[in-house]
Design a protein around this ligand. Structure first.
Ligand SMILES: Cc1cc2nc3c(=O)[nH]c(=O)nc-3n(C[C@H](O)[C@H](O)[C@H](O)COP(=O)(O)O)c2cc1C
Length: 188
């Protein structure tokens, strides 16, 4: 296994083919991606998986709500609605990751950071198995309807939705800033 190659070559996938995603594989990858951190040890999070046609429709309907309410897109409601609906329902799987928050800022930040670390592990492990991911944090996900569907509590935060599926084409990489440009050596 070449970690450098996986990290360098992993790409966010935005165009999936219709091949189904095995829910067992998603769980296996999640288990492999776990990490621990000081004090609370296990990050406090939960996942909701939408892999059936019906659950993907429900997810799409919730994501559509803010668009439908947006006056700017009122002139094109049907087209926009159908475009977004199809984008969501055509993707074979959606893994929603919800982190607990804490009244203590440090605890909250630590937990959020640990959940994000686990999510990056998940993306890399998925890539190794040729499963594509897109880590989605678009504001349209922050709808009241979606929060209701996910039964979110006030002490929870949506970290992201992983859109999951297999793919035929690997997108081109975007350029990265060299680490040297973000590098200072503390003088003695
Ligand atoms: C925390 C986080 C949030 C992201 N949110 C979005 C998003 O909302 N929409 C999107 O299209 N891509 C999102 N991405 C994917 C990035 O746009 C993508 O990683 C970046 O363009 C680099 O592409 P690559 O992953 O193929 O290297 C997110 C990535 C991360 C790490």
């Amino acid at each position: 296994m070449n970690f450098t190659k996986i990290i360098r070559e992993r790409r966010s996938i935005r165009r999936f083919n219709p091949a189904p995603v095995d829910q067992g594989l998603v769980l296996e990858l999640l288990n492999a991606a776990r990490l621990l951190y000081p004090s609370r040890e296990e990050p406090a999070f939960r996942c909701v998986y939408a892999g059936t046609a019906d659950s993907r429709e429900r997810l799409a309907a919730c994501m559509l709500e803010p668009l439908v309410k947006n006056r700017l897109v009122k002139w094109l409601p049907e087209k926009v609605r159908e475009f977004v609906r199809k984008r969501v329902t055509d993707i074979p799987g959606h893994l929603i990751i919800i982190a607990e928050t804490d009244a203590d800022r440090r605890n909250s930040d630590m937990n959020y950071a640990a959940v994000c670390g686990m999510m990056q592990n998940f993306q890399l492990l998925a890539w190794q198995r040729q499963l594509g991911t897109l880590w989605d944090t678009e504001p349209m996900m922050q709808s009241k309807e979606l929060f209701n569907l996910l039964k979110m509590n006030p002490n929870e935060r949506l970290v992201g939705i992983f859109h999951l599926g297999y793919f035929d084409k690997i997108p081109k990489a975007r350029t990265r800033t060299r680490a040297e440009k973000k590098w200072t050596v503390l003088s003695s």
